[in-house]
Design a protein around this ligand. Sequence first.
Ligand code: FE
Length: 130
Amino acid sequence: MKFNDVIQAGDWKGEKHVPVIEAPDSVDKEESVSIEVSVGKEIPHPNTTEHHIRWIALYFKPDSGKFAYEVARLEFNSHGEAVAGANEGPLYTEPKGTVTMKAKESGTLMAMSYCNIHGLWENSRQLKVK
Ligand code: FE
């Protein structure tokens, strides 16, 4: 069994779990670039105590190297929990955030998200560095 066997993929426009990576297609070398990652951009994912997105991790795999680097991890930690019970709480974190980075060379941005009941999902997009 490999991670490959349990990580799902798909088109985010039709599958609400797929993480969306929004970034420019190309940037200048060492230019500060903001990358937005989210789940549920087209079809909102539920956000309840019983069913929600726990985290999104963003990685960068430079074209010249073998290894992926972890850019950032976003954890979404409030989903209506309260002493009074499930979904009675005052707060729901939404699965969305912006990460700012600089790259010295072109590569692939890769995102992985985790739904507490539907598991792991991935997406990727190229980032060209001039
Ligand atoms: Fe789900």
